[in-house]
Design a protein around this ligand. Structure first.
Ligand code: FAD
Ligand code: DHB
Length: 389
């Protein structure tokens, strides 16, 4: 089998890249280790930056998102029970869209299935070869049979634990990492959200986030120690803890119910450099991880593949290598800014085991400065709604 671009991973990054390339007449094959249902069963991100919304529109998959997604003009930060609303539309004329990663992925999968482009699910033992030269290939096993896919380029959109980054020779990559000493315990519940907009809460007992997927489905998170077991968190224990960390009015308004999903995600900052090796590119979580505070993970995967698609289309249509040559530097400059924002949001909103009294006052001063300063509020708004691609 032969294709132009072999894409590893059918997460939002790989699927969106595939869609953008197929729309421009560049043939792709996607290889995914898991089944379609497994990929759709993962509950992850929920907030789309305006640029991601525009990119999904450009890819022709925005119809359901505009019909069902919720446009949010702002968010609230709550500090030890005191709330302040940041109105992004008023501050900088931009907004975000609440529309789950599951829905984005489903829309992209449906569009791909309808277009007839090949996606091979449950592809085992995927390995990548000869990307240093101009005849790369990908090998994989499907139903016990080995296959080889010859291609012009390989896009590693296979997440943090994928095969693409792991296949690079020792010393090829420089990596930067910070692991945080806590995780997020999240639950999904079929009850109306507690407020019209998201509430990010700092509290001495730890961070909490009130989010949503729709007017009838809510998503809530609380910061927990890394060694916490999800089985030790009954729904009642979760609701009690959440109520303690938000302001009184929110706690009173909370509509609780039986959770339909409950899981713990660790928090990490990670960047690999560079993102291109000959004819192999890394994009999305394969290249970098952000802690979820600020909702940048999915959005970064989208902006990476937006740039990569442009570069590859330029290669095929204009016969120019300028885009692919500049891919790594262009993407990394935006990635580092999103890393900074996610790290900063994480550091002001969470309770760190080793923060002393001075550190706690610094967190408080950040909040007071943010709510009192138009310039600081605009900076938050600009970063949260997404920096330019
Ligand atoms: P992924 O979505 O990880 O997709 C990679 C795909 O590659 C997967 O389908 C995987 O099965 C496949 N794959 C892996 N290895 C191989 C292989 N060897 N061969 C073939 N296929 C392979 N972000 C937020 O903004 N907010 C959140 O609340 C949030 N919650 C998260 C919770 C969890 C548990 C995780 C892991 C991430 C979360 N994120 C969140 C981050 C966000 O979901 C990711 O940034 C986003 O999924 C990145 O998309 P991607 O396509 O790059 O990678
Ligand atoms: C959600 C996750 C985030 O990390 C965030 O900052 C906002 C919302 C969510 O899952 O809804």
């Amino acid at each position: 089998m032969r294709t132009k671009v072999a894409i590893i991973g059918a997460g939002p990054g790989g699927l969106l890249l595939g869609r953008l390339l197929e729309n421009a007449g560049v043939e792709t094959v996607i290889l995914e280790r898991r089944s379609q249902d497994y990929v759709l069963g993962r509950i992850r991100a929920g907030v789309l930056e305006q640029g991601t919304v525009e990119l999904l529109d450009k890819a022709g998959v925005g119809e359901k998102m505009h019909a069902e997604g919720l446009v949010h003009d702002g968010v609230e930060l709550c500090f030890d029970g005191e709330k302040h609303r940041f109105d992004f539309r008023e501050l900088i004329g931009r907004t975000v869209m609440v529309y789950g990663q599951t829905e984005v992925t489903r829309d992209l999968m449906q569009a791909r299935d309808a277009s007839g482009a090949a996606t091979i699910y449950e592809a085992e033992n995927v390995s990548i070869h000869d990307f240093g030269g101009d005849k790369p290939s990908v090998r994989y096993t499907k139903d016990g049979v080995e296959h080889e896919l010859a291609c012009d380029f390989i896009a590693g959109c296979d997440g943090y634990h994928g095969v693409a980054r792991a296949s690079l020779p020792d010393g090829a990559l420089k990596t930067f990492e910070r692991v945080y000493p806590f995780g997020w315990l999240g639950i999904l519940v079929d009850k109306p959200p507690v407020a019209d907009e998201l509430i990010y809460a700092h509290h001495a007992r730890g961070f909490a986030l009130c989010s949503m997927r729709s007017p009838t489905r809510s998503r809530y998170y609380v910061q927990v120690p890394l060694d916490e077991k999800v089985e030790e968190w009954s729904d009642d224990r979760f609701w009690d803890e959440l109520r303690r960390r938000v302001d009184e009015e929110t706690a009173d308004r909370l509509v609780t119910g039986q959770s339909i999903e409950k899981s713990i995600a660790p928090l990490r900052s990670f960047v690999a450099e560079p993102l291109r090796f000959g004819r192999l590119f890394l994009a999305g979580d394969a290249a970098h991880i952000v802690p979820p505070t600020g909702a940048k993970g999915l959005n970064l995967a989208a902006s990476d593949v937006g740039v990569l698609a442009e570069a590859l289309i330029e290669f095929y249509i204009e016969r120019s290598s300028a885009g692919i040559d500049g891919y790594s530097a262009r993407v990394l400059s935006r990635v580092w800014k999103a890393e900074r924002f996610s790290w900063w949001m994480t550091s002001i909103l969470h309770t760190f085991p080793d923060t002393d009294a001075f550190g706690r006052r610094m967190q408080r001063a950040e909040f007071d400065y943010l709510r009192g300063s138009q310039a600081a509020s605009r900076s938050l708004a600009e970063n949260y709604t997404g920096l330019p691609f």
